[in-house]
Design a protein around this ligand. Structure first.
Ligand SMILES: [Fe+2]
Length: 170
């Protein structure tokens, strides 16, 4: 038991057996989809350089990782303009992890820099959210915690499950 505790304190999260991981499983807050979403972004995990966004897709029910989740991202280029080069579709791996290499998004219209994210997987509610890079950062972790589909609390918070088709792959 002692060894297990030591391991959980010192080991990176991705090394831990899933039953040991005790991170927060609060559902990721919904955020505005904005006017620039377009479906069917190309499948890729590199749309720039200088900013690395990574994390794990999890279920709010038990913190378990969710593999095969479809993650769509769209953001501005460094100059603050939306373009096709900064759209991507990626999938969480067998441990629920995702990794996006991108440019630091330029701000626009008085808004802070942000990356739009839409997550879709069978059995869980669709999530539309945004990640806000901190000024000067070159990387960040952003876990995407989804509510199970049979938990209706998400709908009351404005989740946009009707935007996506659960389980669909491009
Ligand atoms: Fe935006």
């Amino acid at each position: 038991m002692f060894l297990l505790v030591m391991f959980s304190v010192t080991a990176p999260e991705w090394l831990l057996p899933q039953h040991v991981f005790a991170g927060s499983c609060t559902p990721t807050p919904w955020d505005e989809i904005g006017p620039f979403y377009r479906p069917n972004a190309p499948q890729r995990n590199k749309i720039g350089s200088g900013y690395l966004l990574s994390g794990t897709v999890r279920s709010s029910k038990d913190c378990s990782p969710i593999r095969g989740a479809r993650i769509e991202v769209w953001q501005t280029a460094r100059n603050g303009s939306y373009d096709d080069a900064h759209r991507a579709t990626l999938f969480s791996d067998n441990q629920g992890r995702y990794r996006l290499e991108t440019d630091y998004p330029g701000g626009y219209a008085q808004r802070p820099s942000h990356i739009h994210i839409l997550v879709d997987v069978r059995g869980h509610q669709g999530l539309v959210t945004q990640h806000y890079p901190r000024k000067g950062d070159r990387k960040a972790r952003f876990d995407l915690v989804l509510e199970p589909e049979n938990d209706t609390a998400g709908a009351a918070k404005g989740r946009t499950g009707d935007l996506v088709t659960p389980g669909r792959k491009p």
